[in-house]
Write a protein that binds this ligand. Structure first.
Ligand code: CO
Length: 134
């Protein structure tokens, strides 16, 4: 079902500082910031050869990463995203197997314009897990 790793997402309290760290300290290619108000985050992508790192900063009230940053004020790993070829088939398999899909269970359009779902971290050994149809 999983085809590859699409991205690792890190929540950070200061996106500009984090982007600068990746650009200058680590020497990576970093995209321009993109505000995604419908997801409550501003994001930059650190572009790597075979995957990406997403740096996420809260945007607006009720950001889905605000509680994470309250617990992890310096930031930290927020989720992993794996690629699947059929997200509805993947969802149906997971739900039939007793895994919990967050929200109403319907795929939403994610930060890359593709359908995504999130699995409850409690069902995948403590790591929030995103699936993206590619
Ligand atoms: Co993601």
């Amino acid at each position: 079902m999983l085809l590859g790793l699409n991205h690792v997402a890190l929540a950070v309290p200061d996106l500009e500082a984090a982007a600068a760290t990746y650009r200058t300290l680590l020497g990576a290619k970093v995209s321009a910031p993109q505000a995604l108000p419908e997801h409550g985050v501003t994001v930059v992508f650190v572009v790597l050869g075979n995957t990406k790192i997403e740096l996420l900063e809260p945007l607006g009230e009720g950001s889905p990463i605000a509680a994470f940053l309250a617990k992890n004020p310096k930031g930290g790993m927020h989720h992993l995203c794996y690629e699947v070829d059929d997200i509805v088939a993947a969802r149906d398999h997971l739900v039939a197997s007793g895994a919990r899909v967050l929200g109403d269970g319907e795929p939403r359009i994610g930060a890359h314009g593709k359908p995504v779902l999130f699995l409850h971290p409690g069902d995948v050994h403590g790591t929030l897990t995103e699936l993206e149809q590619v």
